[in-house]
Write a protein that binds this ligand. Structure first.
Ligand SMILES: O=C(O)c1cc(=O)[nH]c(=O)n1[C@@H]1O[C@H](COP(=O)(O)O)[C@@H](O)[C@H]1O
Length: 281
C-alpha cells in the first residue's frame, strides 16, 4: 500500500485519474452474458478481465465482496489476487462489504479489512451505521491510524432506504444527517480530504441534507443500471461536487468481455463525470 492518509491518496488519485469508481460485481447474469460458467473459474476470468481493463486508469475500484464469498475460500482467493493486481497498477481498492456490528466485533472487522497484516486489507471499506454510529469506532480508528478509509452509508440508492434514513431523531435531525454530522466531526481539520466518507445514492434527489461540513469523500452509487444519471448529481449535492466519487458497476461491466469496449465505456463515463464534478472554469 502506498504511504499516507487515505483521504490524501484518494484526492491525488481523483485529481490524476479522474472522479470515477468502477465496481466489480460478478453477478451470475453477467458471467452468463460474458459466456463464462457460474463457478470459480468463471469468476477468476471475469475478475482478471475487469482488472486488466481498469487497473491502470481508474482512481478507485470497488469489488463487491458477496459475489466472491458465494464461492467460499476459492472466491475470496480471487478477491485477494485482484487486490494485489489493482494496487500494483496504482488503483485504490474499496472493498464493498457494508460491515456493522457491536464494537467488540467491529474491531475484528477492522482487523480483517484494514489491518496492514491482513491478506484482505483494502484501502477502504463500506460500513453500515445501523447499530449506532459509535459502534463503527474500531473501524474508523483503525482506518485513520493505518492509512485506510471507511465509507459510511448515509442516504442509500435503494427505495427501502428512506424509511430508516429519513426518520427523525429526538433532536429533530434525520438519522442520515446524524451520520453525516458524525463523519464531519471525524474529518474536521484534515486536509485536503478526510479519511472517512459517506455513501449517498445518485437516485435520492434533493433531500435537503446538509453536507457542507463533511470534509470527506462521497461515494455515489446508483448511476446507470439503477437509473441515476450524472446530470442528477447537482440536484443531490448542489454546486459542492469536489469530493464526489461517482461509482458504476453493471453499466460498465455489461460492455465486457471485450477489454476495448470496457475501456471505451470507462473513457466515456470519465468524460461525463469530469464535466459534472470538475467543470473547467
Ligand atoms: O455501498 C455501495 O456501494 C452501495 C450503496 C448504495 O446505496 N447503493 C448501491 O447500489 N451500492 C452498491 O453499488 C453497486 C451498484 O451496482 P450497479 O447498480 O450495478 O452500478 C452495488 O455493488 C451495490 O451494492
Amino acid at each position: 500500500m502506498t504511504e499516507g492518509r487515505f483521504g490524501a491518496r484518494l484526492r491525488a488519485a481523483m485529481d490524476t485519474r479522474g472522479p470515477l469508481c468502477v465496481g466489480i460485481d460478478p453477478h451470475p447474469a453477467l458471467l452468463s452474458a460474458w459466456g463464462l460458467p457460474d463457478n470459480v473459474s468463471g469468476l477468476e476470468r471475469f475478475t482478471r478481465t475487469v482488472v486488466e481493463a481498469v487497473a491502470d486508469r481508474v482512481a478507485v475500484v470497488k469489488p463487491q465482496s458477496a459475489f466472491f464469498e458465494r464461492f467460499g475460500s476459492q472466491g475470496v482467493a480471487v478477491l485477494e489476487s485482484a487486490f494485489r493486481q489493482l494496487r500494483e497498477a496504482g488503483a485504490l481498492v474499496l472493498l464493498d462489504v457494508k460491515r456493522g456490528d457491536i464494537g467488540s466485533t467491529a474491531a475484528a472487522y477492522a482487523d480483517a479489512y484494514l489491518d496492514p497484516a491482513s491478506p484482505l486489507r483494502a484501502d477502504a471499506i463500506t460500513a453500515s451505521p445501523y447499530l449506532g454510529f459509535g459502534s463503527l469506532s474500531p473501524m474508523i480508528e483503525k482506518a485513520v491510524a493505518t492509512g485506510g478509509g471507511v465509507f459510511v452509508l448515509a442516504l442509500t440508492s435503494n427505495p427501502e432506504g428512506p424509511i430508516f434514513q429519513h426518520a427523525r431523531t429526538a433532536d429533530g435531525r434525520t438519522v442520515a444527517q446524524t451520520v453525516i454530522d458524525e463523519v464531519s466531526q471525524v474529518n474536521a481539520g484534515v486536509n485536503p480530504l478526510g479519511d472517512i466518507g459517506v455513501v449517498v445514492g445518485a437516485t435520492v434527489g434533493d433531500t435537503g441534507h446538509d453536507m457542507s461540513a463533511l470534509g470527506g469523500p462521497v461515494l455515489v452509487p446508483g448511476l446507470g443500471a439503477q437509473g441515476g444519471r450524472p446530470e442528477d448529481l447537482r440536484a443531490v449535492f448542489g454546486d459542492d461536487l469536489g469530493a464526489v466519487l461517482p461509482s458504476y458497476s453493471r453499466e460498465i461491466l455489461s460492455q465486457g468481455p471485450s477489454v476495448t469496449r470496457l475501456r471505451d465505456s470507462i473513457e466515456r463515463l470519465l468524460d461525463v463525470c469530469r464535466s459534472v464534478v470538475q467543470p473547467i472554469g
